[in-house]
Design a protein around this ligand. Structure first.
Ligand SMILES: Cc1cc2nc3c(=O)[nH]c(=O)nc-3n(C[C@H](O)[C@H](O)[C@H](O)COP(=O)(O)OP(=O)(O)OC[C@H]3O[C@@H](n4cnc5c(N)ncnc54)[C@H](O)[C@@H]3O)c2cc1C
Length: 419
């Protein structure tokens, strides 16, 4: 193996998070910068998302995934930022030694700073515990999306979808547009995990039934899926006997959650958040390992790519400050407490002395709240209050903290409850 090369900043992952982070770092003074991407092109998951709905916040127009990615790739080319494709990072340690493999063999880089932007992957069937055989015809929804949109192959003709996250909803419409019968989207929770706009545009507009509080209790078929049994569930999510119905189908798509790609983060001794399964970061999106930053879906699963890009810009700016020695050292970090239905927030801690004048905190709630309210407390002072007609787990929320409100606080708490 060659001797390790030195780099000021390495970005792992060339999806929307990696691209926006790299651009922000370059614009903030980092010259010696490299993106490592395992795929054969930049753009990440956006390349297979040929539907529109991307970029409304960033570009104020509706773009497809590849169009949104292209806007960033053009800027990467324009800024002459180096990247390596077909290059898989296989190891990272807490000294920022990066090991990667490509057609030139195994190579190493010693980076001054690293931005993690590896995205997330789908939860597979093995993690779901559905009884039955292991026939052909069961796909993760994102895999099916790649088959249809990139490879031009139809996974099947009679489809049931388990899970109503955004990928499941989008694939329900995609399969219908390609001529398949989509019999139902089955969701164990009493609410959908996807965006409201996707429920309307992907299910309601195509008369595809959404079966809330239902699950699949059996899959039949030896060679290929032949039918599935679905049943209603009680409040503890256990199937209710006597409510079973069978649906004949040849394909079952699973859209049951996404998990950050955190193997490299774990190898680098980065603390992982119990709920997001991504790294725990502070206001600079820096992990517990100094000089390693994280953004995008590797950090927590986002609903809109616009928020990924904005978060990644913040990581890029902070990584640039770190490299150029202008990021103040950590002083006193405060863990942000979450209460009520707030499940988690990112960042999970802030150093009031080191934060910018305005700090975005993103979070999700754990259940649907009608007529809800969001509060932020600094010690016993309410520093933010907003009412919202509806809060749902499928949509990410955000609040903006002002430095002047939290600079001398000992505790910060975000909570949300019904009014
Ligand atoms: C089906 C679907 C529909 C969507 N619809 C919308 C929509 O309508 N509107 C919207 O705004 N958003 C939508 N999104 C969300 C949006 O696509 C994501 O939020 C965004 O792509 C996340 O960006 P990312 O860079 O964090 O991750 P990714 O796009 O997943 O990029 C991560 C990159 O890292 C690379 N990588 C991972 N590990 C390594 C490694 N070890 N070495 C080298 N490279 C590595 C991967 O190959 C990948 O290119 C959708 C997502 C999906 C899946």
């Amino acid at each position: 193996m060659e001797q390790a090369k030195k780099k000021q900043l390495v970005v792992i992952g060339g999806g929307p998070a990696g691209l926006a982070a790299a651009l922000a770092a370059r614009k903030n003074g980092v010259q010696d910068l490299l993106i490592l991407e395992r795929d054969e092109q930049l753009g990440g998951i956006l390349n297979q998302c040929i539907h529109n709905g991307f970029g409304l916040h960033t570009f104020h127009e509706e773009l497809t995934g590849p169009e949104y990615a292209a806007r960033y790739i053009e800027q990467i080319e324009h800024e002459k930022i180096d990247y390596l494709l077909n290059t898989m990072v296989i190891d990272l340690d807490d000294k920022k030694n990066i090991t990667f493999i490509n057609q030139n063999g195994v190579q190493r880089i010693q980076a001054q700073a690293v931005i993690l932007a590896m995205g997330c992957r789908e939860r597979p069937r093995g993690a779901l515990n559905i009884p039955g055989y292991r026939p052909a015809g069961i796909y993760c929804a994102g895999t099916a999306q790649k088959l249809v949109n990139i490879d031009g192959l139809m996974p099947g003709k009679n489809v049931v979808i388990l899970g109503s996250g955004d990928i499941g909803l989008i694939m329900a419409r995609r399969m219908r547009l390609e001529g398949a019968n989509v019999h139902a989207v089955v969701e164990i929770m009493p609410y959908s995990g996807g965006l409201k706009r996707n429920i309307v545009q992907c299910l309601d507009d195509f008369d595809i039934p959404l079966k809330l509080s239902h699950t699949i209790t059996n899959i039949e078929g030896k060679e290929r899926v032949k039918k599935v049994t679905i049943a209603k569930v009680d409040k503890d999510r256990h199937p209710i006997s006597g409510t079973e119905e069978t649906i004949e189908c040849d394909t079952l798509l699973l859209s049951c959650g996404l998990i950050p790609e955190n193997e490299l983060s774990e190898k680098a001794c980065i603390q992982i958040h119990d709920i997001t399964h991504g790294p725990i970061v502070d206001e600079s999106l820096e992990t517990n390992v100094e000089g390693i930053f994280a953004c995008g879906n590797v950090l927590h699963v986002h609903d809109l790519v616009d928020f990924v890009s904005r978060e990644a810009e913040h990581a890029g700016i902070k990584a640039a400050q770190y490299v150029l020695n202008t990021l103040p050292k950590k002083e006193t970090e405060i863990e942000i407490e979450t209460k009520g239905v707030v499940r988690y927030c990112v960042p999970a801690k802030i150093d009031p002395k080191r934060m910018d004048d305005l700090q975005v905190i993103r979070f999700r709630v754990g259940k649907v709240l009608k007529d809800g309210a969001i509060y932020v407390w600094a010690d016993d002072r309410c520093i933010f209050h907003r009412q919202k007609k509806i809060l749902t787990p499928g949509e990410m929320e955000q609040v903006i903290l002002k430095k002047k409100d939290v600079e001398y606080a000992k505790t910060i708490r975000i909570e949300s409850e019904e009014m």
